[in-house]
Design a protein around this ligand. Structure first.
Ligand SMILES: NC(=O)c1ccc[n+]([C@@H]2O[C@H](COP(=O)([O-])OP(=O)(O)OC[C@H]3O[C@@H](n4cnc5c(N)ncnc54)[C@H](O)[C@@H]3O)[C@@H](O)[C@H]2O)c1
Length: 430
């Protein structure tokens, strides 16, 4: 039995719980009544187009051989090539990569960049690998998925535990196999290899931009706002920095190790420097440590930014949340049941498919710049990013208001309509 009513469990997923894919299916069920005649095509969104599961063997530094599971899922390519990050994490599953790829389909359509949705991952804890092992894992994985990726087919990017160095190794491996340099095969590359200015900060910046829009709608002054952030990596760290620069107080940060708290506001740049050196917020002198992880959710704040992993805000903690606004930096951080509880409490949730779309937007800019070999200034990039984020937020806000639905359902209406219109116009092959 599926944990989502009315859905078959595909034979390749674990039947007693289909994980994040189940959350995504429930979100699709919620939007289906609003799709009109396009609802006839909705099943296409419930079935990933193509999934590749690969074995990633490497020789360890000590001479032993290790094997890791790798995945690349292309959920939908009706509107363009697949696009989505690669995650290195010990808990990666096929269900998770399926859901993340589907959210990319929705996100790319919601902000109207010309991509389908894809995602990849390796079930490995990169902290247990040496730099050499990490490079070998990355290169072997890239070579294995090389048959389905490419600048016009599917373009990976960074996600949890992957960064510009990993993108450089991926680009090099793909290029070596092709016989010529192919910079457009991945985004999030170092600037010197065809990366884009502003890409590193883009997701966090997008979270901040929509955060300002949402705060304005709620009559909240960013200068006085108290902010709590879960996940202090690329997305959470940069969003926290931008809020602090705008005068907000970042009162709590939780990472994979612990939670730190300072009612007067954390010194965010100092915390970032501390994490870069020590790998975690644990032991940071300018804050108190909260040892009970669950207490993070009841911290007194106005804006909560989940920017770590999926299914963090659940029935178990939604009622404790004091924030007026939740900005979903992470993908899939809120379960549908928690969504309902928060809606009843009057909490405004800016959904992941809008809130964290800044990353893929600047990835799109990077891809365009690589194709034309003509590079833009950081100001141009940030200006264009801000405009796209504001316009996407405004369109979704207006639709939510008209239909009396949540911002998530409104974003899904906009996105699913675009994807299914493309599907209908292209028709089924053969
Ligand atoms: N990097 C991007 O451009 C991008 C774009 C869109 C969405 N996202 C999403 O944002 C989220 C974070 O990605 P990132 O790129 O910042 O990753 P990252 O690897 O840079 O940082 C992840 C952070 O989450 C923390 N974390 C991990 N497990 C945790 C746990 N159980 N509880 C609390 N904190 C935990 C880590 O300590 C780290 O601070 C993911 O959901 C990702 O899919 C990332």
């Amino acid at each position: 039995m599926s944990n989502v009513p009315n859905h078959e469990v595909p034979s390749y997923l674990v039947p007693h719980g289909i994980g994040p894919w189940g959350v995504y299916l429930e979100q699709i069920d919620r939007v289906t009544p609003y799709l009109g005649s396009l609802a006839r095509w909705v099943e296409t969104l419930k079935r990933p187009k193509r999934m590749l599961v690969v074995d990633v063997p490497i020789e360890r530094d000590d001479g032993t051989i290790a094997h890791f599971e790798g995945y690349r899922v292309q959920h939908n390519t009706s509107r363009g090539p697949g696009k989505g990050g690669v995650r290195f994490h010990q808990d990666v599953t096929l269900s998770e990569v399926m859901a993340l790829s589907a959210w990319m389909t929705i996100k790319n359509a919601a902000v109207n960049v010309p991509y389908g949705g894809a995602k990849g991952g390796i079930r490995v804890d990169p902290k247990t690998l040496s730099r050499g092992e990490l490079q070998r894992v990355t290169r072997r994985y890239t070579s294995e998925i090389g048959i389905i990726i490419g600048p016009n087919k599917d373009i990976p990017a960074p996600d949890v535990n992957t960064d510009s160095q990993i993108m450089a190794w991926m680009m090099d491996t793909y290029s070596m196999n092709q016989g010529s340099t192919s910079s457009g095969v991945v985004t999030g590359k170092p600037i010197s290899l065809g990366g884009s200015l502003g890409r590193h900060e883009a997701t966090g910046r997008g979270v901040f931009v929509v955060g300002c829009e949402a705060a304005a709608k709620r009559g909240l002054d960013i200068k006085d706002a108290k902010v709590a952030v879960q996940g202090f990596g690329n997305v959470g760290g940069i969003a926290a920095r931008l809020f602090a620069e705008a005068g907000s107080k970042v009162v709590a940060v939780q990472d994979h190790v612990t939670t730190v708290f300072n009612a007067g506001g954390l010194d965010v740049p100092a915390l970032q420097a501390y994490v870069a050196k020590n790998g975690s917020v644990k032991g940071f002198a300018g804050a108190d440590e909260i040892t009970d992880r669950a207490q993070f959710w009841s911290v007194d704040c106005d804006i909560l930014v989940p920017a770590a992993l999926e299914q963090q805000i659940t029935e178990a903690n939604a009622n404790q949340i004091k924030a007026k606004i939740i900005l979903e930096g992470a993908n899939g951080p809120t379960t549908p049941a928690a969504d309902d509880i928060l809606r009843d409490k009057g909490v405004l949730i800016v959904p992941d498919v809008i809130a964290n779309a800044g990353g893929v937007t600047v990835s799109y800019f990077e891809w365009v710049q690589d194709f034309s070999s003509f590079f833009w200034t950081e100001d141009e990039i940030n200006l264009r990013l801000t405009r796209i984020m504001r316009e996407a937020f405004a369109a979704v806000w207006q639709l939510a208001d008209e239909k009396k639905v949540s911002l998530r359902t409104a974003a899904f209406i906009v996105a699913c309509t675009r994807v299914l219109q493309a599907r209908e116009m292209r028709g089924l092959y053969p």
